[in-house]
Write a new protein. Structure first.
Length: 189
């Protein structure tokens, strides 16, 4: 039976729950694009079944921040996903901040190792620094899902190199996350 992966493309195309913006780029556009690319890779792999939180670039989830997050979690929980991966872009007042990081509910969940493998895959495919996996039990998409969940900050919108890579080579981010998922499950080919 295929492993069910729910890919949440973080944020909405407009408020409520729109993402960060920097250097003329919107987080929600990056997460949508990379999520669609990642889903295509997973769909082509017989080991996986996949669903997306946003199925078109203009799809709005919820009428507030809270209901947007609830809609994503509800879709994953009712589908019976085995794993939940939420895609995001980081931002910082320090424009030198660069790299990828992951957040999980607890260090003792399978999500911690999944996050670590995803970061390895991202580093291998993009060359961006692996900033590590961090425990953030207060994040709604990590605590309200009924399956292991990872929130991935793929790179910094506020860093010119990171944002250049995310906008000009989104396929490397999708391949990196896909590679990390396969590493986690021990699939070598």
């Amino acid at each position: 039976m295929a492993i069910k992966i729910f890919i949440d493309q973080g944020h909405n195309p407009s408020n409520p729950n729109a993402g960060a913006e920097a250097n003329g780029v919107r987080e929600q556009d990056i997460t949508y694009d990379i999520g669609v690319r990642l889903a295509a890779l997973l769909r082509a792999d017989p080991e996986f079944d996949v669903r997306l939180s946003r199925n078109s670039p203009d799809e709005q989830l919820g009428t507030s921040n809270a209901t947007s997050l609830q809609a994503r979690v509800y879709a994953a929980n009712t589908w019976g996903a085995d794993y939940f991966i939420s895609l995001h872009c980081n931002a910082s007042t320090n424009t030198a901040a660069s790299g990828s990081e992951a957040y999980v509910y607890s260090e003792t969940t399978p999500a911690y190792q999944l996050g670590a493998r995803i970061l390895e895959g991202l580093h291998d495919m993009t060359g961006l620094a692996n900033r590590g996996v961090f425990v953030r039990p207060g994040l709604y998409v990590l605590r309200a899902t009924s399956m292991p969940s990872v929130l991935v900050e793929m790179g910094y919108l506020t860093n010119l190199n990171d944002v250049y890579l995310m906008t000009n080579d989104p396929q490397s981010f999708a391949r990196g996350i896909y590679r990390g998922i396969r590493l986690y499950f021990g699939f070598t080919s």
